[in-house]
Design a protein around this ligand. Structure first.
Ligand code: GRG
Length: 293
C-alpha cells in the first residue's frame, strides 16, 4: 500500500507542477498564477487524484492516461477550498497548514486564483491523448462540480443556507453527497474512464465513492470536534462556532463513527464488482475511516 501510494503521490506532484509552472519574470498576470501555485502545491492529502489513478489501475488501464484527470480533480478541489475560506463564506485563516490564500494575496486575487484553477482544471482534463475519453471525463467533472442539487456548488449552497437553522439526517445526507461525495465520485469515475471501463464499472466506482465520501465527510465532522489543529493544518471547532449541523451534532461522536465504519464497509463491498485487484483501494478506505488528519 505505502509503496503504491508513494509512487502515485510522486507522479501527481510532478504532474501538477507541470500543469502550473512558475510564471515568467515580468509577466503582469503573475500574481494570480503565484496564488494558484501557493494553494495547489501546498500539499494536502491528494485523496482525489490518488483515487483517480487507483481506479484506472483497478480497471486495467495505464495510470499515465489518468494523470490529467487526476490533476483536474485536484485543481477543482483546491479552488473550492480557496473560495470556501473567503470572508464571504467560512472566513478561515488556516488551510493545509498555511495562512489561507486570501490572507496572503488578498480577497481579489484569491477569488481569481480559484477561478483560474477551475478553468485550468477543464483545460487539463481535456488535454488527455484520447479525445473521446477526455470529453467524457470533463463532462463527469462538470456535472459533479456544478450547481445542480447533486453537485459540489449545489452542496455548498445547501450548507450556507442551512447554517444556524434546523437540519435532519435526510438533508445532511443530501448536502454531504453533493458537497463532498460528488467530487470524490468524479475522481473515481474519471479514473475508470481513462481505462476505457464500462458503464457498469463506472456505477460500481460511484458506489465505492459514496461509501468512502460519506465516511470521509463524517470523519471530517468528528475531527472538527476531537481533532488536532496542527495535524489537520486547519482550525478545529469551526462547525459548532458557526452553528452548523453535522453528523456529530445530530448523533454524537460514537454513533457518527459507527456510520463511518458502515459506509466504509459499503465502499469495500463495491470493490467486489471489479475483476482487478482491489486491495489498495480497500486499505485506503479503511485508513481514511480512522484518519486523524
Ligand atoms: C466554495 C464552490 C465552493 C465549494 C466549496 C468542498 C467545499 C465546497 C468546501 C470545503 C470545505 C469542506 C468541509 C468540504 C467538505 C469536503 C472536505 C472534507 C474537504 C477537505 O478535503 P481534504 O481533507 O483536504 O481532502 P486536503 O487539504 O487534504 O486536500
Amino acid at each position: 500500500m505505502n509503496d503504491v501510494m508513494e509512487r502515485y503521490l510522486e507522479r501527481i506532484e510532478q504532474a501538477l507542477r507541470g500543469y502550473l509552472p512558475e510564471p515568467e519574470k515580468g509577466d503582469p498576470s503573475a500574481p494570480v498564477r503565484e496564488a494558484m501555485r501557493y494553494s495547489l502545491l501546498a500539499g494536502g492529502k491528494r485523496i482525489r487524484p490518488v483515487l483517480a489513478l487507483a481506479f484506472c489501475a483497478l480497471c486495467g488501464g495505464d495510470v499515465d492516461a489518468a494523470l490529467p484527470f487526476a490533476c483536474a480533480v485536484e485543481m477543482v478541489h483546491t479552488y473550492s477550498l480557496i473560495h470556501d475560506d473567503l470572508p464571504c463564506m467560512d472566513d478561515d485563516e488556516l488551510r493545509r497548514g498555511r495562512p489561507t490564500n486570501h490572507r496572503v494575496y488578498g480577497e481579489d486575487i484569491a477569488m481569481l486564483a480559484g477561478d483560474g484553477l477551475l478553468t485550468l482544471a477543464f483545460e487539463t482534463a481535456l488535454s488527455g491523448e484520447d479525445q473521446a475519453a477526455s470529453a467524457r471525463a470533463a463532462h463527469v467533472l462538470a456535472r459533479c462540480a456544478g450547481a445542480a442539487k447533486t453537485g459540489m456548488v449545489g452542496g455548498q449552497c445547501i450548507d450556507l443556507k442551512t447554517e444556524g437553522g434546523e437540519a435532519d439526517l435526510e438533508l445532511l445526507y443530501a448536502m454531504d453527497r453533493a458537497k463532498t461525495v460528488a467530487l470524490i465520485a468524479a475522481a473515481c469515475q474519471m479514473g475508470c474512464i481513462a481505462a476505457g471501463a464500462s458503464e457498469e464499472l463506472l456505477a460500481a466506482a460511484g458506489e465505492y465513492a459514496n461509501g468512502v465520501g460519506m465516511a470521509f465527510q463524517i470523519r471530517d465532522d468528528i475531527l472538527d470536534v476531537v481533532g488536532d489543529a496542527a495535524a489537520l493544518g486547519k482550525n478545529v471547532g469551526m462547525d459548532s462556532a458557526r452553528d452548523k449541523r453535522n453528523y456529530v451534532s445530530l448523533l454524537g461522536t460514537e454513533k457518527a463513527q459507527a456510520l463511518v465504519e458502515e459506509y466504509t464497509q459499503n465502499a469495500v463491498q463495491a470493490l467486489d464488482k471489479f475483476p482487478g485487484d482491489g486491495r489498495f483501494l480497500r486499505e485506503l478506505a479503511l485508513e481514511l475511516a480512522r484518519r486523524n488528519h
